[in-house]
Design a protein around this ligand. Structure first.
Ligand code: FMN
Length: 308
């Protein structure tokens, strides 16, 4: 395509543009992944998949807060066997790369799911960061030693790139990034949702059935950008930025802070999957307007910059 180069090599996975569908928003079926690809995504990430079917939490599971969202879905998914059929439907011939998001209750379970889905995808993203599922996600990925074990177990079972998706619910995301690097991760994804609670005052009850949920959307963006900036400055691994992106300016914040690529979740619920392609087009136009020939001209320009 003419104009500035916005293609990306993410851990050896080639993408025409850096805008990726985030896990859990769409991505529950093959057709919904295809919708995101047809909407112009550079790549897509599946809903997080575990070894066996799981119902998730009872309703209400979502509270809307303006341009932000609090959710406690509880990792509902059909299990790896049923989901493999969705990926087979999508076909290995799909135009853009597909990453499988996986979770388990132990390093072995993560490895089992990754091994089952690996032949059907281009990369593995490890959900080490969901903040609302007992014993899973952030409860494992918040502990650097456990995180390292999970990453190593998966890296040992597949030749695909393995990206560790980190939680912002920690005082030291750098320690989590270092643990992922020691475990052999090819890349990092930051961030998953930030734990929060909304109260329905008239009912004198939590608004979510699970009481606590994960904050995503607009309000999460400064947290995500800060986390990406911090870990991009301390590891040589590529970092994917996610949290509160709904336009190309938001994507550029992450890219200048050090992100190789970005993911978009919550904003798709209101703007639809075409938003993914629109952000990519607007990114290219922005580069033209600012006399840049490639996204590489602005990537990471703030990394290493001082902070107080
Ligand atoms: C409804 C919903 C479901 C989600 N499900 C998952 C999931 O299954 N696995 C995962 O790693 N992240 C999941 N996430 C987190 C997103 O992938 C993303 O990290 C987060 O929402 C921040 O990005 P955003 O502000 O663009 O939504 C989910 C988020 C939402 C809103």
């Amino acid at each position: 395509m003419d104009g500035p180069d916005i293609s990306v090599d993410l851990c050896g996975v080639l993408m025409e543009n850096p805008v990726i569908l985030a896990s859990g928003v769409l991505g529950e079926t093959g057709p919904s992944l295809l919708e995101a690809l047809e909407g112009g995504a550079g790549a897509v990430v599946t809903k997080s998949i575990g070894p066996s079917p799981r119902e998730g939490h009872p309703n209400p599971t979502v509270v809307t807060l303006g341009d932000s969202l609090l959710n406690a879905m509880g990792l509902p998914n059909p299990g790896m066997e049923a989901y493999a059929e969705e990926l087979e439907w999508l076909g290995r011939g799909s135009e853009a790369p597909v990453f499988a998001s996986v979770f388990g209750a132990s390093p072995d379970e993560y490895a089992e799911v990754a091994a089952r889905l690996a032949p059907l995808v281009d990369g593995i993203e490890l959900n080490l960061s969901c903040p609302h599922a007992k014993g899973l996600g952030a409860e494992m990925g918040g502990d650097p030693a456990m995180l390292e074990q999970v990453v190593r177990a998966v890296v040992d079972t597949t030749n695909l790139p393995v990206l560790a998706k980190l939680t912002p619910n920690t005082g030291d995301i750098g320690a989590l990034a270092s643990a992922a690097e020691r475990g052999g991760a090819s890349g990092l994804v930051a961030v998953n949702t930030l734990q929060g609670m909304v109260v329905d005052v008239e009912m004198a009850a939590p608004a979510l059935a699970n009481s606590y949920g994960g904050l995503s959307g607009d309000a999460l963006r400064p947290v995500g950008v800060r986390c990406v900036h911090e870990i991009a400055g301390m590891t040589s691994l590529p970092v994917v930025g996610v949290g509160g992106i709904s336009n190309h300016i938001h994507a550029l914040e992450y890219i200048m802070a050090g992100a190789t690529a970005v993911q978009v979740g919550t904003a798709i619920r209101t703007d639809g999957p075409q938003l993914l392609g629109r952000i990519a087009t607007d990114l290219r136009d922005w580069l033209v307007d600012h006399d840049h020939s490639s996204l590489a001209d602005v990537r990471g320009i703030l990394v290493g910059g001082g902070h107080r």
